[in-house]
Design a protein around this ligand. Sequence first.
Ligand SMILES: Cc1ncc(COP(=O)(O)O)c(C=O)c1O
Length: 478
Amino acid sequence: MWKPDRNSKKALFEQIADNLEQRISYGEFPPGSLLPSERKLAEQLGVNRSTVILAFAELRAMGIIESRTGSGTRVSSSKWGATPRHTPNWSRYSEGGSFLPNPPFMRRIREALTQHPSLIDFASGELAAELAPSAEIAALMREQQYTGYLGYDNPQGYTPLRQSLVTYLGKYRGIQTTESSILITSGSQQSLFLITQCLLAPGDAVAIEDPSYCYSLPMFQSAGLRLFRLPVDRQGIQPGDIRTLFKKHRIKMVFLNPNFQNPTGTLLGSEERKQLLDVASELGLPLVEDDPFSLTAYEGAPPLPLKAIDPVGSTLYIGSFSKIAASGLRVGWMVAPNAIVKRLADARQQMDFGLSVIPQQIASEFLKSSYFEPHLERLHTQLLYRRDLLIEALEKELPDLVQYSVPQGGLHLWCKLVPEVHDGKLLEETIKKGAVFVPGSVYGSDAGYVRFTFARPKAEEIGPGIAMFAEALRELMG
Ligand SMILES: Cc1ncc(COP(=O)(O)O)c(C=O)c1O
């Protein structure tokens, strides 16, 4: 008697559904005949009844069997008739395509936040509603209503926004550029996507920081890239490591987040920046500089970006509106050599014909407006205040149980836990208590690290949220 294979990668219910489908098509169960009951089949196959229920649901969705209350489950008569009607097997389709699913912890966090919106959210890497310039944006939308053409726009991006960005990048980031070197994207995320899909090929080797935001994105694996690690310490990465990776693996590109790195908060040293550019120009290696956090610097400006001091043009620079204003507007940008901008704009034409002009117009007006600088000043004060509330809470609730460096910008605090606990259990216990965070392993680090986003919860939730985390940690420590 056939039994499902418990060591197979295929789920038990799928194996059972396949087996039943085969037996039906071989005539063991003719059209209209009664199938064994769920309980009996579960006994025969040595599985739970719920597994058989799932297998039946799969066959029912395909139109192969029909169930009627009180009269059991039968092989459909219509399926085998002259005009069979089949439902597509959607669950199989949903496993197709080249996109890998998000890491299980990220899916779990999203599910927990959807089911329990009152959870204190140290997980979502974005600004709280109170920190976003919502009133200013609403005022601009009233004052500067969009009256332009609403047809397909230039896939490279709305020209007035690219012009505003030329001024913004020169003023705030020391980057001298022109509108023809700017591509507008749907957040930095799309810049990363376009680079991995259009400029690299499956099998190419790339270097990313360890830990890194990039590890939380299966995007790199979906593109078939081979990832090599550049360990991040207090000064950021060691530029010399790039030379070693190049010799060993012929890496084709390096992805970096030099300012208030996600998740560690590290600021790459000025000396390291120069060395990095030297290594890149020596090897002819492109650097992708992902810079969404630099304008959050709580006091004073961070060092100039690589792009601003890059003498030979090794850098593709990525920026975003998300971490300094509003992630929901989905406005990001890339500054790149013209050939790259053209290539990626052409891909945009195939993908989505470019970003909607409305959020681009809003972003452009906001950057030019008298609201922008006061907003940034308020943001710095608020982020600093929340960072200090988080540190105060950690010192109160978990003295000697956590180690961290104090970030000078960005939205996150990276924490090493002194006690060894299972990170999945810690996440579940913390959710039960009413808060949520991101386990460090999502960013490629070893277990035992935690990322707390202090920008997302309300200020008054930070203390109680850390008390919940501390309670969960203490319970697991026994
Ligand atoms: C380092 C880094 N890059 C890129 C992104 C993507 O941001 P967005 O697409 O909203 O600009 C994030 C978001 O958390 C990030 O932390």
